[in-house]
Design a protein around this ligand. Sequence first.
Ligand SMILES: Cc1cc2nc3c(=O)[nH]c(=O)nc-3n(C[C@H](O)[C@H](O)[C@H](O)COP(=O)(O)OP(=O)(O)OC[C@H]3O[C@@H](n4cnc5c(N)ncnc54)[C@H](O)[C@@H]3O)c2cc1C
Length: 468
Amino acid sequence: MVKILWFRKNLRLQDNRVLKVFLDELQPDDEILILYIKNNNSYKYFGEKRINFLNGCLNDLENGLHQKGYNLHIFMGNSLNAFNGIIRNKSLVYADRQIEPYCIERDRKISDFLKSKGSELRLVDDTTLFDTGEVLKPDGLPYTVYTPFKNRCESLLSDRHYSEAKCDFGKTKDFKEFAPANVPKYDLKTDEGNTLKGGRTEGLELLKRFYRQGMEKYKSQRDFPGTDGTSLLSPHLHFGTVSIRECYRAALKKLNETNSKDEVRTWINELLWREFYYNITNHFPYVIDGAFKKQYDKIKWSYDKDLFRKWCEGKTGYPIVDAGMRQLNTEGRMHNRVRMITAMFLTKDLFIDWKWGEKYFAEHLIDLDFSSNNGGWQWSASTGCDAQPYFRIFNPYLQSAKFDPEGVYIKKYVPELTNVPVKYIHEPNAMSQEQQKQYGVIIGKDYPFPVVEHSKAKDRVLKEFKAV
Ligand SMILES: Cc1cc2nc3c(=O)[nH]c(=O)nc-3n(C[C@H](O)[C@H](O)[C@H](O)COP(=O)(O)OP(=O)(O)OC[C@H]3O[C@@H](n4cnc5c(N)ncnc54)[C@H](O)[C@@H]3O)c2cc1C
């Protein structure tokens, strides 16, 4: 029989449920093909740094497979066209289940095509701890609020969810490999220039480092962008170079060893936020086009291109916002606290449509994950499933003073403020003309005046949200 392993999100050879099923079911004389398709047809946003990261993941995967005597075929273009060029005989295609609406649509088309050839697409859950749709309320409906969802997860979680999927490559080497010649190949480059490197080697290193040095301090440090307080694992969790089960097992191990259990539990809660947003996308796929709370699709957001450009470029005159946007533009990542501040600033202070922000993040984040990005944006814009009311508006000055008290993060990404003393680092326009000269930054020339007055933002938000 022809057996095809289609790598998509879970780009690793260890603790991989799809790979395990594929290897376990491999029979002597099966004809096999292991492939990845760099698909132009999936989610439309794919920034350059993210492609670099993906290339790193694919290089690592390809090397790992070679060492085990297998090849990775990397094709490019529309996956339906690719399968059209691949399928000649009755085939069984194994892949990980993806829950994003555009992936479901793609898989439906592929599945229909395979059926028409007497073949089959077999999907295996591997990206989250829980299987798709597994966590439901006692009445069978999906959860829409995080805390009860998390409580339910905790009561359900068992060894079955997080035990290792052991991938046994030793079983058979008696397969024949086939290589379709007429499907366009993807030109795999090395990942150069990224601050975050793709691939399992790097992902495991981060998990080990965080296990040794970060987990026990996570709750205390996670909100301070000037410190090294989080795991940096999000792109690895997205591309699956590290499995969610490995992360959870590491956290459980640490829980058994440490007295700082609360610190570790907070990290587990973040892993469950990821599960929660996957749950939202799965049950409420319309969030791809609009507000979770549908009445908020009627909000008359602003579409001021000039203000939006200033936000994108990190030139709003609010140092913490500008630092975040510049980190995103240069490194393809942003600290979670600053994601919340910049997103809240765009939607509440500038009152610009959250979908513009979601798209900009999607185009620039290495760790772009549709569910977490959409969930984070809707949370910030108060259009999502968050229980907090819409009049929760972060004050960017207070957030900055609380979470970057010494201005370490600001100074790293907004170098024109390097010599500004801590007293003014969060609001440099409060300096007198004399002080501006003394500290080498003239507001309006070297660094912008604030593009809006924060104190006026709340009135507008209240008015517009109340109107719908
Ligand atoms: C507006 C906005 C957009 C976001 N876009 C994305 C995105 O595209 N991709 C993405 O992975 N995360 C996104 N997040 C969530 C969060 O900011 C990142 O997961 C986090 O910054 C990644 O850093 P880390 O790996 O060091 O996380 P850690 O703090 O070490 O957390 C561990 C893991 O838990 C998960 N996680 C943590 N916080 C969240 C959260 N709030 N929501 C969902 N999962 C979480 C991530 O997988 C993360 O790697 C977004 C948040 C906001 C407010």
